[in-house]
Design a protein around this ligand. Structure first.
Ligand SMILES: [Zn+2]
Length: 316
């Protein structure tokens, strides 16, 4: 049982049955980005195939901000996004392609617009990522979730300063201190991290902060998930949550980041961030009784056929 949990990440949700071989983004910042795709030869659904290009802010298939770019196109192999998507210095644009045949709809892996590799480099990058994931699974890594912080959206209606639009409550339960409603996107599963031993120090900062407990954790992570500063990484097993503080690229292929050293700082357990529910984690808890462990359910009263010791136990 434990083994099957351990390997559950081999195919993450939405990664099963891939139909796209490769999606290539040829980026033009000012607009006119060309997105090309190839289908696997194992994909044999009959024509016509209808493709739809979508754009989003994260590599998360479950995010709610995937938006259509243009309308559906039939039997095409590329699409062009005419819009300028990014300003500032971080290119957070992701593209994915949906293909619909008479048998169903399939979705490609999200592709970042941070670099374009030719096929040979792409295969090398893919192999590096595969080996890194294997290393994580076999023992070096800890499984977790990435909570991608919202940087756009509907502004919080509860805690923002009326005039300056600044967050006035870091523990706001509507925006979790981000200033935007909901605060974070749906958690992205299977975000592995190889945590280094902690470095910690409790001391008295006489100038400003009184007693402080600064803990810094370094983690080796895949950068294809493109985490950014102030995103949150959640440890799947312990539920410990960390702010991502700084990212150093360790390995790149022609400018495409693959692996990085990520500096993380634990979030105080009193923070509202711990109230963010992770459905997959809860589902995992719900599965425990199937593994032979029965928890007495306090909600059930003996009247309903349960004793106070849980189901299956007769009242003495
Ligand atoms: Zn708020």
């Amino acid at each position: 049982m434990a083994n099957s949990h351990f390997h559950r990440c081999r195919l993450c949700p939405n990664q099963c049955e891939p139909v796209f071989d490769r999606v290539v983004v040829s980026y033009l910042i000012r607009g006119g980005t060309r997105i090309m795709w190839e289908l696997l030869d194992t994909f044999t659904d009959p024509n016509p195939l209808v493709f739809q290009l979508q754009v989003g802010q994260s590599a998360n298939q479950d995010a709610d901000d995937w938006a259509n770019v243009g309308g559906p196109i039939e039997n095409a192999f590329y699409a062009i996004d005419p819009e300028k998507r990014v300003f500032g210095k971080t290119n957070w644009t992701y593209y994915r392609v949906l293909v619909t045949s008479s048998k169903g709809t399939y979705v490609s892996q999200p592709v970042a617009a941070i670099g374009t590799l030719d096929r040979r480099d792409w295969r090398n990058a893919r192999e590096i990522i595969r080996k890194e994931k294997l290393r994580f699974r076999i023992g070096a890594g800890q499984d977790g979730y990435l909570l991608k912080r919202r940087v756009t959206g509907v502004r919080c209606t509860h805690c923002l300063d009326y005039q300056t639009q600044e967050v006035t409550d870091a523990n706001c339960e509507y925006c979790y201190g981000t200033g935007f409603l909901c605060g974070y996107f749906y958690p992205m599963a299977c975000t592995w991290a190889d945590l280094s031993p902690k470095s910690r120090r409790i001391h008295i900062d006489g100038e400003t902060r009184a007693t402080v407990n600064d803990i810094v954790v370094q983690a080796r992570m895949l950068l294809t998930d493109l985490m950014g500063e102030d995103d949150i990484w959640v440890n799947k097993r312990t539920d410990d949550r960390y702010y991502i503080h700084k990212i150093d690229h360790v390995s790149e292929i022609r400018g495409c980041p693959l692996i990085g050293n990520v500096e993380m700082r634990p979030i105080a357990y009193s923070s509202v961030v711990y109230d963010i529910k992770i459905p997959d984690q809860l589902a995992h808890l719900g599965q425990l009784p199937d593994a032979g462990i029965d928890f007495p359910d306090p909600a059930h009263t003996p009247d309903e056929g349960y004793s106070s010791y849980g189901p299956n136990f007769p009242e003495p």
